[in-house]
Write a protein that binds this ligand. Structure first.
Ligand SMILES: CO[C@H](O)c1c[n+]2c([nH]1)[C@H](O)[C@@H](O)[C@H](O)[C@H]2CO
Length: 447
């Protein structure tokens, strides 16, 4: 049995576009994901977040479910297009939804953890010269974040400026898999820079407002990368893949500079870094209160002369989830140790960890998701080992509370510990929810 620290935060996580639905309600206007998901061929079977889990209307039921499971904290995201449906036009009705949600959480002693941006950029922002490509996006974002701090500030103890800047920039403007679906690496780095800059400016605004009892941080998706062999060229491939996935975001935030090796590599591809202005890195690296870590899997690479990063993925030997991601709990331990050693002694939260498996409701109405229980248990063991060695890990949020819109995969991939029947919107606690309830109650895991 492994006991967790007394105040360890047991949470669950979701995001606005993935669960809320009600995309035209109370003044909300389209986000880039509304338009992207409605674009032919972009999502599985043309799935969209139009209805999703209908959480906008069912939030009381969903908070009740969280109470039943016993979660101590709930990480959700706020939909920017509900708060500012048009540039400069605040929509109190949109804010009221989040006030109602936070009230329900606080009534049940569930700590709200709010992500300010989880990819649903308002379409009006994108229509103004490409959203995050426009340096004005920093100003638009700070106006949005400041209004949230004014209206919800001290009711939310944990504020997360951004969810996964890597996905919101590289995956979205460079690789093209996510909205807005651009495939231009220079654009990806410009978007990444403006997202990081908006993070720093929002932290500065948060500090000036002196919001009692609340903390602010950022959530990064981090993927430990291992060389396929001890060959020097494979180690170089791993260095570049690590820079691509991790250091390009960790270094500016915690070291106040972009990594030299990646600047050199990228300069051959994108030319001048003329979008980086005097003082930007000082802003990006303003001190934060915690780091959110989203961990799912690791990468293994071998040298590939032809590829931009000189790296080619090599499949790992471990079992895989429905997403095809190798299950590697020990890599979570390696990641946390590295962050502690090379980047920060600040409190960390695992703000997302979870897995998609083939879930089905059996005759008796149960969902026997033993693989998900195993996945979460093994990653909690890795987390516990880090804590035992003095690691400053303060909490763990399962991705996800409930099955939801899994971006390009639509509703075909289920990550929830609560099953959602999308025909009826019925929620069913999977065995993993019942197991997680026991973990929280005992503040420990049996193995
Ligand atoms: C490599 O996985 C990424 O870090 C990642 C995985 N996930 C995420 N980021 C996003 O934050 C969530 O919105 C996804 O639903 C979730 C599951 O795919």
């Amino acid at each position: 049995m492994i006991k967790f620290p007394k105040e360890f935060v047991w949470g669950v996580a979701t995001s606005s576009y993935q669960i809320e639905g009600a995309v035209n309600e109370d003044g909300r206007t389209p986000s880039i994901w509304d338009t992207f998901s409605k674009t032919e061929g972009k999502t599985y079977n043309g799935h969209t977040g139009d209805v999703a889990c209908d959480h906008y209307h069912r939030y009381k039921e969903d908070v009740e479910i969280m109470k039943e499971i016993g979660v101590k904290a709930y990480r959700f995201s706020i939909a920017w297009p509900r708060i500012f449906p048009e540039e400069g036009k605040y929509n109190p009705k949109g804010m009221d939804f989040y006030k109602r949600l936070v009230d329900e959480l606080l009534k049940r002693d569930i700590t709200p953890a709010a992500t300010i941006y989880h990819w649903d950029l308002p379409k009006w922002a994108y229509d103004k010269r490409g959203g995050w490509l426009n340096r004005d996006s920093v100003k638009w974002y700070v106006e949005y974040a400041t209004k949230l701090f004014e209206e919800l500030g001290d009711a939310i103890p944990l504020w997360i400026t951004h969810n996964e800047p890597w996905c919101a920039s590289i995956l979205s403007y460079g690789i093209g898999e996510h909205a807005p679906g651009h495939k231009n690496y220079r654009e990806a780095l410009i978007a990444a820079h403006h997202i990081l800059l908006s993070h720093g400016e929002a932290v500065k605004a948060f500090r000036e407002m002196n919001i009692k009892g609340s903390k602010i941080g950022i959530t990064l998706n981090l993927t430990p990368v291992y060389p396929a062999s001890e060959k020097e060229e494979d180690k170089l491939a791993a260095q570049y893949a690590d820079g691509f996935s991790n250091r390009w975001f960790l270094d500016p935030i915690f070291k106040g500079n972009y990594p030299e090796d990646m600047m050199e590599l990228y300069s051959k591809i994108i030319g001048e870094f003329d979008f980086i202005k005097e003082g930007d890195l000082e802003t990006i690296s303003v001190p934060i209160d915690f780091l959110g870590v989203n961990y799912y899997t690791r990468g293994i690479v071998k040298y590939d002369e032809e590829s931009m990063l000189k790296a080619e993925n090599v499949p790992g030997p471990g079992k895989r989830t429905e997403m095809g991601w190798e299950i590697s709990p020990e890599s979570l331990y390696d990641l946390l140790k590295r962050l502690d050693r090379e980047y920060t002694k600040l409190p960390m939260y695992i703000t997302e960890n979870g897995a998609a498996f083939k879930d089905e409701v059996t005759e008796d109405g149960r969902v026997r998701d033993d693989e998900r229980i195993e996945y979460i248990k093994e990653h909690l063991k890795a987390a516990a080992k880090f804590i035992e060695e003095g690691g400053n890990l303060k909490g763990y949020f399962v991705w996800s509370l409930m099955d939801n819109f899994e971006w390009v995969h639509g509703y075909s991939k289920r990550f929830g510990i609560v099953y959602v029947d999308y025909e009826t919107q019925k929620r069913i606690l999977k065995d993993s929810a019942l197991w997680y309830k026991e973990v929280i109650l005992s503040n420990s895991i049996e193995y």
